[in-house]
Design a binder for this molecule. Structure first.
Ligand code: SAJ
Length: 429
């Protein structure tokens, strides 16, 4: 068993720290956010992820996981910090990775291994981490280990996937790879594959998410084509997928979260070959506009109406609102866009009164409404997130409360027959 210092206690770092601790390692969890450290010390886990609070609680109670407010020496340093996307230049902002490297540098000892889990553009472990760590006077060519092992877990199923998923490990040296593999072997049931170096590991992670984004883009384009021909896209996709070599994904309101909409741009940062991939990004980003088109088929004049947007989270049964299609739709309806002209010449308008409801999200900055308030006197509801709660909505009850019974289902979770029976006019992505 080893000593491990985990840098960054967010969606990846915290469950990974608890997993390592519950697998017998001696783990220190470090974060720059002192409020987070204080609440974790109280045993308070605010991330909404099934089973996480108990899992972290066990690691803390057993004393194998300790949260610390300064970086400590350890045999392994696991860096799990955010890599935000700078939308203006479409590049990764790697300042947190550099800051974490600066944090490791003073405690780094010969024989230690530093592993980057954060998603980064190809080459970043070499170009961003290595020079900073080597300012310690130690070389990544043998005196300390440096590797990239991208995280692969799906929010909503993190603990199970931490154990089950295959992992890719790319070290600067064979020794760094071997040391990293040894750590992951202590808790991973999946296959651990070694690559020639960190850059391949970085690239593999990015093409995984890019493949999913492009495939969702195909499903979304199929949905728009099906609409042009008056065909039910979901029925057509289900039929097409009966073929043994066809597997089309689900169309929806667009692609949210902090991975799929961003990683394709990381992939293309230093290459001119982003063509199909960039087109898929445009298709996915354009889906909010398509949802508005469907809404306008039911409510041709949106100005002065009330629209209930159901779903602020980027996908079902999570509380994460990053790059959420639901919030993008609400903004578009409220403030106008290329698809909706603002009501006044002044730009930002009160074109449409939009109320957003999400039973999973608690965020004071978002002005979310409860279901009753959001739907009262509404001219349409638009379901944008496939939360289980929305599949169970009672359309008859909603129809009584609304000004007009219109519904757009951008997720495919509603039983639209039921909604039609309750008097609704319906549209579906
Ligand atoms: N979506 C669709 N149609 C689909 C599937 C998803 O529109 O058929 C949408 C979702 O509604 C959501 C978005 O795509 O808005 C992304 O959701 P997701 O569940 O596909 O993925 P994430 O972003 O939650 O997690 C992804 C995963 N990557 C892959 O499946 C290749 C996860 O394994 C990664 O660890 C994670 O990115 C990450 O952190 O990189």
């Amino acid at each position: 068993m080893s000593t491990v210092c985990v840098h960054g206690l967010g969606y990846i770092g915290l469950p990974t720290a608890a997993m390592l601790a519950n697998s017998g390692h001696d783990v220190r969890g470090y974060d720059v956010d002192s409020d987070l450290i204080a609440s974790l010390r109280e045993g308070d886990v605010s991330l909404s992820e099934p089973g996480l609070a108990e899992f972290v609680g066990k690691a803390l109670d057993d004393g194998r996981l300790t949260v610390v407010d300064e970086v400590v020496p350890a045999e392994y340093h696991l860096v799990c910090v955010p890599t935000p996307f700078d939308e203006d230049v479409r590049r990764a902002d790697l300042e947190y990775v550099r800051a974490a490297s600066r944090g490791v540098r003073p405690v780094l000892r010969e024989g230690d291994t530093v592993i980057l889990e954060s998603t980064v553009p190809p080459g970043a472990t070499h170009s961003e981490m290595r020079p900073i760590l080597e300012e310690s006077g130690l070389s990544a060519d043998g005196e300390f280990g440096l590797a990239h092992c991208p995280e692969t877990v799906l929010p909503g199923n993190i603990i199970a996937e931490l154990r089950a998923n295959d992992r890719i490990v790319g070290g600067v040296t064979a020794e760094a790879t071997a040391a990293s593999v040894a750590l992951y072997e202590s808790f991973v049931d999946g296959t651990i594959r070694s690559t020639a170096g960190p850059t391949t590991a970085e690239f593999v992670k990015l093409i995984q998410n890019t493949a999913r984004d492009v495939n969702i883009g195909l499903a979304n384009e199929i949905a728009r084509l099906a609409h042009d021909y008056g065909i039910d896209s979901r029925e057509a996709i289900e039929m097409a997928n009966a073929h043994p070599r066809v597997d089309i994904l689900r169309p929806g309101p667009g692609v949210g979260g902090h991975c799929l909409p961003i990683d394709p741009w990381f992939l293309g940062e230093d290459s001119d070959n982003l063509d199909l991939i960039a087109a898929a990004r445009r298709v996915n980003d354009g889906m909010v506009g398509f949802v508005v088109e469907l809404l306008r088929e039911l409510v041709p004049e949106l100005r002065g109406t009330r629209i209930a947007v159901l779903g602020a989270a980027y996908k079902g049964n999570v509380d994460d609102t990053r790059m959420s299609p639901g919030l993008a739709l609400a903004r578009e309806l409220q403030h106008g866009s290329e698809t909706i002209a603002p009501a006044t010449d002044g730009g930002v308008s009160d074109a449409t009164s939009v109320a957003v409801h999400d039973p999973h999200v608690e965020d004071a900055t978002l002005d979310l409404k409860d279901l009753d308030d959001a739907t009262r006197d509404a001219h349409a509801v638009v379901v944008v997130t496939d939360h289980d709660e929305f599949a169970d909505l009672d359309p008859a009850e909603l129809a009584e409360r609304m000004a007009e019974p219109n519904v757009v289902d951008a997720t495919g979770i509603l039983d639209l027959g039921q909604w039609r029976d309750a008097g609704f006019s319906v549209r579906r992505v």
